[in-house]
Design a binder for this molecule. Structure first.
Ligand code: GLY
Ligand code: MN
Ligand code: MN
Length: 447
């Protein structure tokens, strides 16, 4: 009998967390500064059909406001309100056709804005808010149309200097402050990320059980989607479901081929829960049993992943897990006869890149490739508690690779987990998903 997990309503972050983030940002900005942050736009897919709307992650982080056509403004120390939101007005007719809107009333009542205005009034109100603020925090270059509007507002003020107006004269990238904040996950954020991880684990298990020769990649993808949607999630990125040599295409998303007996299936898929991503890869045999060649390569990637995860410890540098994975993979490739030479020289020359051409991970959070600097100055960043990253080594032996034994050709393997840096070391958020070959085989056999 299959146990059906009880569904809980998706949680929201507590209002106090949102408030804390805004306070932290405004404290870092200092008085006489202003920050402006537009929401994401709706985007056409074809003719009059739109892609599902996804809020901009920075906007989500500071407002939790889910609608397009909105602009958030942060003005530290402003007596009449520090956090202002411009948004669409309530409109019975439009809401009947397109869905509910919070309106400025809802922005204040439900989203914690100190004050809110119709988005149509922004040209009249914003120049006045910029006046007498020396520093403007804004991310240039993400939205060309908004960049121009903002410059128009600033220029309006510049034209009025003789009547005593003063326009901001320092322009600072808002991302500089915000993305460092986003890199350190709070306890509330980690609760959501653990849930994203748990749902992702459930989805991968279901997909493994549904895999069999003759089924199509998209049928297996449907199993992932089933679990994501039943928990109110979306995929955090297009799921990769690649059988056989499709596993050697790093961002394969066609998911259209039939699965063949004797091939591996690589699935890279993760749920997005309340905005937070999970990002997990497993590679397993379509028929439930690894062949000896597949197993040799698989064990090597697994050993590389274990070595990399061991390097996720506070005080280590961002690059340490990658270096550990490269060392294990290079030595293993020599033993398997796929590389020839001394490990140190092969590593220095990057010889492994023929079979391992990506890096071992990235930050994870509201974006799957999350924000946050990987280097501070010349140095790789020091790992600190609260950072979440993926650890995802792989080996990709493209079909027709020269000087490679036939039995290894067309095998693509990646193993990816989500790892939190803790005070003591690390916590693998996705460890509920099997990855030892014998455990995968047992699960596929119905264990
Ligand atoms: N799924 C994208 C990645 O693994 O980076
Ligand atoms: Mn990844
Ligand atoms: Mn991935």
């Amino acid at each position: 009998m299959t146990r059906i997990r009880k569904i809980t309503a998706p949680r929201r972050l507590p209002a106090s967390e949102l408030k804390r983030r805004r306070r932290q940002l405004m404290r870092a900005m200092g008085e006489d500064a202003i920050a402006i942050l537009p929401a994401a736009h709706e985007c056409l897919r074809n003719r009059d059909v739109e892609y599902p709307f996804r809020q901009d992650s920075d906007f989500l982080y500071l407002t939790d406001f889910p609608e397009p056509e909105a602009v958030a403004v942060f003005i530290p120390g402003r007596q009449q309100g520090e956090y202002l939101l411009f948004c669409r007005e309530r409109d019975a007719d439009k809401e009947t056709w397109h869905g509910r809107r919070a309106g400025p009333e809802g922005a204040v009542a439900r989203y914690g804005a100190d004050d809110a205005f119709p988005i149509g009034d922004i040209d009249d109100i914003l120049p006045g808010l910029l006046e007498h603020r020396a520093r403007l925090y804004y991310t240039m270059g993400k939205d060309a149309a908004f960049d121009r509007r903002l410059m128009d507002w600033v220029n309006q003020l510049r034209r009025k200097v003789r009547s005593g107006a003063s326009a901001p004269h320092e322009f600072i990238d808002l991302e500089f402050l915000l993305h460092d904040m986003r890199l350190y996950k709070s306890r509330s954020e980690l609760r959501l990320m653990r849930e994203a991880a748990r749902i992702t684990v459930e989805a991968h298990r279901r997909a493994m059980r549904a895999t069999a020769p003759g089924r199509y990649e998209f049928e297996v993808e449907a199993e992932l989607l089933h679990t994501f949607r039943r928990h109110g999630c979306e995929p955090a990125y297009p799921s990769i479901v690649g059988g056989g040599e499709n596993g050697c295409i790093l961002h394969y998303t066609e998911n259209s081929a039939p699965l063949r007996d004797g091939d591996l299936l690589l699935i890279d898929a993760g749920a997005e829960y309340c905005g937070y991503a999970s990002d997990v890869t497993r590679t397993f045999p379509v028929n439930g049993r690894y062949s000896p060649a597949q197993r040799e390569l698989y064990e090597l990637v697994l050993a590389a992943q274990q070595a990399a995860i061991e390097q996720v410890v506070p005080g280590n540098h961002w690059n340490d897990p990658h270096n550990a994975a490269v060392r294990v993979l290079t030595r293993g490739l020599i033993e398997l006869g796929l590389l020839k030479g001394k490990p140190a020289t092969l590593i220095k020359d990057g010889a492994y890149r023929r079979f391992y051409m990506h890096r071992t991970g990235h930050w994870l959070g509201l974006d799957v490739h999350d924000v946050g600097d990987y280097k501070v100055g010349e140095e790789w960043r020091v790992l600190e508690p609260g950072m979440v990253m993926t650890v995802e080594p792989g080996l990709y032996i493209a079909p027709g690779s020269k000087d490679v034994p036939k039995r290894f050709q067309g095998i693509g393997i990646r193993i990816e987990d989500d790892v939190l840096v803790t005070k003591e070391g690390s916590e693998v958020l996705t460890e509920g998903l099997v990855k030892r070959p014998e455990d995968i085989e047992a699960l596929m056999a119905g264990a």
